[in-house]
Write a protein that binds this ligand. Sequence first.
Ligand code: GRG
Length: 300
Amino acid sequence: MSFDLKAFLAQERRQTEIALGRCLDHPTGLPEWAGPVIRHGVLSGGKRIRPILCVTAYRALQPRVDPVDRVRRLACSLELIHAYSLMHDDLPCMDDAPLRRGQPTPHTVYGERATQRAAAMLIPMAARLAWNATLDLDHDARTAAEVVRTLMGGAGARGMVGGQWMDLASEGVAIGEADLTRLHSMKTGALLTAALRVGGLAAGADPSRLEALESYGRSVGLVFQIADDILDRTASTEALGKKPSDVDMEKSTYVSLLGVEGARARGELEVDRALQALREADIESAALSAIAAYVLDRDR
Ligand code: GRG
């Protein structure tokens, strides 16, 4: 029987959004003004691919249905980090983007200062959520600490923030494929990889399976960026829900280095690597396999 990825993703996205809404219902210690800004940044659409990967990795190793809502709560911590990064990335001092997902970006509605600050509040909120949700899954403090370390590692200077820094530093500079891959492995790949590892840790995976999930994540992260570069060159503003930006910013991309066909071939190679990592660790998951291919073929 073939796997209906479209239905799976739609269902997972709905469940993730319900869980995200609950996480934001009673945030502790937030000033009142920050609530609407955070809700706008976190709840206005998106593919929710990071929490979906986290829950899907968990299910691949631990098919017990019972605690899936608690795993989903844990998975929301990844989306909070992702949301903060997009809120900052769209600010006038960065990409200066008025639109994301076809909707006005938070700073165009609430102003720059409020958006900067509210987005920063999402970082400790995500760490606290990851800690509490891991303990709620009956793991001990050691595992909870490892989950938080994984999340913050993916988000930090050796992960997403470091990659963003490299990206800013390379604007207007021609960089080769090796540097481009390093940059994106950090900027986009590290948080995706963290999502898989967090799912694996929640499922109590052994080190070899954790490594396989991370290897899958690294490959899917690259595929994700390659697809982004292809879409940036080939898709319309309406289809993307934002203005394509790479050419304006004079950035090296997989498409500028390899052409659309070459970039696609590179993406296909990486999809194969992702699937091989799962096979070698005996991780059978129709969903993870289908997601790897979808990430390359997505249209937004
Ligand atoms: C100032 C150095 C510095 C860092 C601040 C802004 C920031 C932290 C990091 C930005 C990281 C960034 C923009 C990564 C790009 C990730 C990416 C591919 C975003 C698009 O993700 P999708 O396609 O978005 O999953 P949706 O809309 O589906 O949620």
